[in-house]
Design a protein around this ligand. Structure first.
Ligand SMILES: Cc1cc2nc3c(=O)[nH]c(=O)nc-3n(C[C@H](O)[C@H](O)[C@H](O)COP(=O)(O)OP(=O)(O)OC[C@H]3O[C@@H](n4cnc5c(N)ncnc54)[C@H](O)[C@@H]3O)c2cc1C
Length: 592
């Protein structure tokens, strides 16, 4: 076992971990960032089916990829393993939690929510995140962005619904995206354009200094593949922003991908903390089953630190704490509590139609064009003070990669059979001499068909405020989650009603995702809670700075510390909470 010492060790490189690594390194602390997954430079994200099948994370089955999918009874979630955490697969939306949604309810109520921070506490941190992540709105004022069909359709739907229900608190708004549409950093999201910095498709990005990967990035090519990993490097993911910056500090942060933390414990004599981890070697183990608990095959490395920051995500952090609970006997009994799914719902708008020349024809929504999300229809909340609306939410246009559009075309099985028959007939007629025209272009185009399903349908992503009634638990080997949608059913009924209204406004059909309708399972991209921050140890694992009660110098800063749903997409709030915790650590270390 080697023994190294750092001022701070950070476990996990998602929004919580990367922000913390940069901030502490920037304050002059010696920092080590341990991340279980690989680093992904531009053009390293797989696309071919045979590569995608091994793009999952399960080292004991020889899988070292980026996706980590969890399926519990009432909920299922996708998270990520890789340098940059969820930013590698996320849809780039970086927005603040609504001011009035920082709920402070009575903790004696079942399913209560209590945020020990306010919007005013987080605003200065949100400002810093916005600057570092180079956020900007989708440049709808320019070509070809102005012709993005799915965005125009959502704007249209919101306008129609508002006209029909003037009292409904419903508005479409563009969202802030951490995507480079311009070749230079925008400076300020409200003033992104000057003549020397227009939005351009697929141009090399000019960076002030080489990024972590040392590779050229390109502006967004509008391919809808954000959730597969951005091969052009247009997404301002954490490896290009915070992690790259952390490397330029004095001393530079030590960044260690493929290092999975296995155990944590207080240091000798109660001073600091001890971390053990394994170094993964995909070149050796890819595709092979292996017992990763075998310390001969997977030797443990040990480091010590004055401060330990756990940022392993909503499942990873509670898992580490549960597994090592015997080393932390004073840990709050609330560990695992206040889990929620940020009220996510994935649904589909299918086969939209519009009237042209007196005829109803498919309306092109083209989910392949543009980044995965461009804007949202926001539905008001009782908390906004506009009457008894119910719980609020955001409905966002979804995009999908070409791969999915081709797959969705296969659902029209009868159409394929019919077209194949017609093509075969035409082909044969030439072969047996009944026809002398060898040019098959038109026939091949007809064989592909009119692509009605893929061109006029759209995934729709909704998120808002469910009740944080879920619990994560650990049976000594496996993590379990008992969240159920029942306490939030009123909310889900409202969401489905509104999204059906959007489908209606677009002359389309509405479809629930099959998991929701057949398995009673809500799929989420935003699991939150499990190590909630609270006011005391009776209602939280950590205080509002993410410091674990009764363990000075031990922090949790990621989605697991949020004590309830964010409402909108949560990354910016996770990052802001981490930035605020970093201020606290820096001050305690006497470096401010
Ligand atoms: C498809 C998709 C789209 C999304 N789109 C958006 C969006 O547009 N906007 C938004 O705000 N949010 C979005 N999200 C959610 C967002 O990605 C997460 O909320 C966010 O990444 C959570 O940040 P985190 O710091 O809590 O954890 P994560 O980002 O999950 O980071 C945790 C990191 O810890 C590492 N780790 C875990 N265990 C260990 C260990 N033992 N040792 C070392 N490392 C470990 C993991 O590999 C991971 O890299 C999306 C998510 C998905 C799946």
């Amino acid at each position: 076992m080697s023994d190294e010492h750092f001022d701070a060790v950070i476990v996990g490189s998602g929004f919580g971990g990367s922000v913390m690594a940069y901030r502490l390194a920037n304050a002059g602390l010696r920092v080590c960032l341990l991340e279980r997954g690989k680093a992904y430079p531009p053009f390293s994200f797989p696309r071919a089916p045979f590569k995608l099948r091994s793009n999952f994370w399960d080292p004991s089955d020889g899988l070292y990829g980026m996706y980590n999918f969890w399926s519990f009874k009432g909920s299922g979630a996708l998270v990520s393993a890789g340098l940059g955490g969820g930013s590698l697969i996320y849809a780039n939306i970086i927005i603040r939690k609504d001011e009035k949604w920082f709920v402070k309810e009575d903790p004696s109520k079942d399913g209560y929510e209590y945020w020990p921070v306010t919007r005013a506490d987080l605003d200065p941190h949100y400002d810093r995140i916005a600057q570092m992540m180079n956020i900007q709105k989708y440049p709808l004022q320019f070509k070809p962005y102005d012709a993005t069909p799915k965005t125009l359709a959502m704007i249209d739907a919101a306008r129609k619904m508002k006209a029909e229900n003037p009292n409904l608190d419903l508005n479409w708004k563009p969202l802030n995206l951490a995507v480079s549409f311009r070749t230079k950093h925008v400076g300020h999201p409200d003033h992104p354009d000057d003549v020397n910095n227009p939005a351009l498709v697929g141009e090399p990005i000019r960076e002030d200094r080489p990024n972590y990967h040392g590779k050229t990035r390109y502006t967004c090519v509008l391919c809808g593949e954000c959730d597969l990993g951005c091969n052009t490097g247009s997404k301002n993911t954490l490896d290009y922003t915070y992690i790259s910056a952390a490397q330029y500090q004095d001393p530079p942060a030590e960044i260690r991908p493929l290092c999975e933390v296995k155990s944590i414990a207080p240091g000798d004599g109660g001073r600091g903390y001890i971390v053990t981890y394994v170094k993964h070697d995909p070149d050796r183990w890819n595709g092979q089953k292996a017992d990763t608990s075998n310390e001969t095959l997977f030797p443990r490395h040990r480091i010590t630190c004055d401060r330990l920051v756990i940022a392993a995500g909503t499942y990873g952090s509670p898992y580490l704490l549960f597994k090592n609970w015997s080393s932390f006997p004073l840990l709050s009994q609330t560990l695992g509590s206040l889990f929620c799914v940020n009220a996510d719902l994935l649904s589909f708008i299918l086969k939209s139609r519009e009237e042209k020349n007196g005829k109803l024809v498919p309306r092109v929504l083209d989910p392949n064009f543009g980044p995965v999300i461009t804007g949202a229809i926001r539905l008001g909340d009782t908390l906004d003070g506009l009457g008894d609306q119910g719980r609020g939410f955001y409905v966002e246009d979804g995009g999908n990669p070409y791969l999915m559009s081709w797959a969705s075309e296969l659902t029209d099985f009868l159409g394929i059979l019919r077209r194949a028959f017609l093509f075969g007939k035409r082909f044969l007629s030439y072969r047996i001499g009944l026809n002398r025209d060898a040019d098959l272009d038109d026939e091949i185009a007809n064989l592909i068909g009119d692509c009605k399903v893929s061109k006029s349908s759209l995934p729709v992503l909704t998120m808002g405020r469910d009740r944080p009634t879920g619990n994560l638990s650990f049976d000594g080997q496996y993590l379990n989650c008992d969240w159920s949608r029942k306490p939030s059913q009123d909310y889900y009924d409202r969401v489905r009603h509104v999204v059906k209204g959007i489908a209606n406004a677009l002359n389309a059909e509405y479809l629930d995702n099959p998991s929701y309708s057949y398995l009673h399972q809500v799929l989420t991209a935003h699991p939150l809670g499990g190590c909630p921050m609270g006011v005391t140890k009776d209602d939280g694992v950590t205080d509002s700075y993410g410091e674990v009660f009764d363990y000075p110098g031990l922090y949790v800063v990621d989605g697991s510390v949020l004590p309830g749903p964010v409402g909108p997409n949560p990354s910016m709030t996770i990052a802001a909470v981490s930035d605020r915790a970093a201020d606290h650590i820096i001050q305690q270390a006497g470096r401010s």
